[in-house]
Write a protein that binds this ligand. Structure first.
Ligand code: PEP
Length: 252
């Protein structure tokens, strides 16, 4: 059965002491509650080893916000899958829309990175989603189809089962505007059908598809209740333990 997941993307927020405090609060929450979903965080890369040490029981999976497509060498500022693996990180977010917008990430890059993560036993959280212009022009299905095919469809059936997909409509990220639960379900079902057409229904049923875009404590339950929504990738609301834990509890 596919996993239910709540993953927090901290982006470039929190100084070290604030980050340590939030990690400790989250560890305490996880140790005192039985969550009905897996819980991951992606703090700034600088804090990954602290996160690994704080969540020493594996109560929270530790992810990086982006990973290099190179294995090692003269790539200033980058972090490789080997490095991630060597500190016991669980995986990497790949092709977040902010990486696409500000750093030229493409689905071809994502394709290589997803494969590198899988080869190293790491979990890729592959992000896709349409812009507002694309949605207004009714191109969202075509955009998602193309993104998903380029980034993922060179994988084998066994490999794609291990990928987590995060559908994040760009117009809903950090804007306070959320896709309706019906809009999220429509695209999630569409992505699952694309996978089913290529790999078969059984494989498609194994893939966790998260929704991201202004998920908050007050809307998480309704969004997560949709049959093809397997959890959320959370930005702003992951920065406060009360909000993040309330979203985790949406699965209870
Ligand atoms: C994100 O960054 O992936 C995200 C969904 O952000 P927010 O929840 O703040 O919209």
């Amino acid at each position: 059965m596919r996993k239910k997941i709540v993953a927090g993307n901290w982006k470039m927020n929190l100084d070290f002491s604030q980050a340590q405090q939030l990690m400790q609060q989250l560890a305490e929450y996880q140790n005192n509650n039985t969550s009905a979903c897996e819980v991951y965080i992606a703090p700034p890369a600088l804090y990954l080893t602290t996160a690994k040490n704080t969540f020493s029981k594996g109560e929270v999976g530790v992810f990086i916000q982006e990973v290099s497509e190179h294995t090692s060498g003269a790539y200033t500022g980058e972090v490789s899958v080997d490095m991630l693996s060597s500190i016991g990180a669980q995986g990497a977010i790949i092709a977040h829309s902010e990486r696409r917008q500000y750093h030229g990430e493409t689905d071809s890059h994502a394709n290589r990175k997803v494969k590198m993560c899988l080869d190293k036993g790491l979990t890729p959280i592959y992000c896709n989603g349409e812009t507002l212009e694309q949605r207004k022009a009714n191109q969202h299905f075509e955009v998602i189809k193309n993104q998903t095919e380029v980034a993922l469809f060179t994988l084998t059936a066994e490999e794609i089962k291990k990928v987590v997909i995060a559908y994040e409509p760009v117009w809903a990220i950090g804007t306070g505007e959320t896709a309706t639960p019906e809009q999220a379900q429509e695209i999630h079902a569409f992505i699952r059908n694309l996978i089913a057409d290529k790999y078969g229904k059984e494989v498609a049923e194994e893939v966790s598809i998260l929704y991201g875009g202004s998920v908050k404590p007050n809307n998480a339950k309704e969004i997560f209740s949709k049959p093809d929504v397997d959890g959320g990738l959370i930005g702003g609301a992951a920065l406060k333990v009360e909000d993040f834990s309330a979203i985790i509890e949406a699965f209870n």
